[in-house]
Design a protein around this ligand. Structure first.
Ligand code: UDP
Ligand code: MG
Length: 320
């Protein structure tokens, strides 16, 4: 069989993953070998690990793996922890520079089904530029994560960002997709929204999620909230419009209230009543104003971050 020319890169963001990174790389190399033997990808395919400023032995293990497997295992190390989205962007841009025809991102704990990689490649050969992994269920998630994710995707859809629910960062991107990504310089890029929006031919593959074998999840309430807020404010200005509409409705409401007050004063002469209404209205609109200010603050924060135009991340080392 003549050798396939499709060079696949698998990128893996790693933050404190010393317990799993070795077995993950070995498993993925086996998966790659099997796909190579079927003539679907080239022997030049490789794995690229992004160490997101780990404080444990993750980077040492990546270096050892590079010594054992040579060019098949490459890696880069951030100077500090920047978060999983930045690590993914660094991986995507890193493999574009090293060279590849398509890239698949997968988590270091291999919770996503690695056997779906071959299906991703099949979809790529059928002409898809993006192949998105959709989780079949959320059985492995905590109660909080499951329902907050559900609300997030519902909210995003209401706000006009049509991301399918249970979308994940387990996806294939073609070289064409990487070229488009490189043109986007915004610091707070939200990849799930981005790849959905650019309009390239996309396939969806449903996969099973396994429980994390070793180590623990690196996401907590705060990091998930920040990811969700970033996703919303980077992709939708509908919340700002809602504020404006609420403002107009409030003004109309207060005009009606004023009419009521006048009628009470001059026709029924019973003005002292209504203290409770007053306190309620004060508290309600005080809260509403703070909430609206908070939303505006979120967008202002986005602008602030983008205007500073700081580098997304600083790379300390790279082994290729
Ligand atoms: N990760 C990262 N930087 C971070 C947090 C997580 O690179 O600051 C990586 C992590 O090593 C893993 C992936 O992102 O490969 C997903 O993280 P995790 O498995 O902890 O998330 P969960 O599966 O619980 O959503
Ligand atoms: Mg995980």
């Amino acid at each position: 069989m003549s050798e396939n020319k499709t060079r696949l890169a698998i990128i893996i963001p790693c933050y404190n993953e010393e317990l799993v990174v070795k077995s993950t790389v070995e498993t993925l190399l086996k998966v790659m070998d099997s796909i190579i033997s079927k003539g679907k990808i080239s022997k030049e395919s490789y794995i690229y690990l992004i160490d997101d400023g780990s404080k444990d032995r993750t980077w040492e293990i990546i270096t050892e793996l590079h010594k054992v497997f040579g060019k098949r295992v490459k890696g880069t190390k951030f100077i500090r922890n920047y978060g999983n989205q930045k690590a993914l962007i660094a991986g995507l841009l890193g493999v574009k520079h090293i060279g590849c025809d398509c890239v698949i991102s997968i988590d270091a704990d291999l919770q996503q089904d690695e056997n779906a990689i071959e299906v991703f490649i099949d979809e790529y050969h059928k002409g898809a530029d993006i192949v998105s992994g959709i989780r079949k269920d959320r059985k492995t998630d905590s109660f909080f994560k499951k329902y907050s994710a559900l609300c997030f995707y519902k909210l995003m859809n209401i706000l006009g960002v049509k991301i399918p629910p249970n979308h994940s960062d387990f996806r294939l991107v073609s070289y064409k997709g990487l070229e488009i990504l490189e043109k986007y310089s915004e610091a707070g890029l939200f990849l799930r929204g981005f790849f959905h929006e650019i309009g390239l031919k996309t396939s969806y593959i449903h996969f099973d999620v396994k429980p994390r074998a070793l180590g623990k999840s690196k996401f907590n309430f705060l990091s998930l909230t920040s990811l969700a807020l970033n996703g919303i404010t980077a992709f939708s200005i509908v919340p700002l419009r809602i504020i404006a509409v609420t403002g107009v409705l409030t003004v109309c409401g207060s005009c009606l209230l004023a009419v009521d007050v006048i009628i009470e004063k001059y026709i029924f002469h019973n003005t002292p009543s209504g203290w409770a209404t007053l306190v309620f209205l004060l508290a309600f609109f005080g809260g509403l104003q703070l909430f609206c200010l908070g939303i505006i603050g979120e967008y202002l924060g986005q602008i602030f971050n983008e205007v500073k135009a700081r580098p997304r991340y600083i790379i300390e080392k790279e082994i290729i």
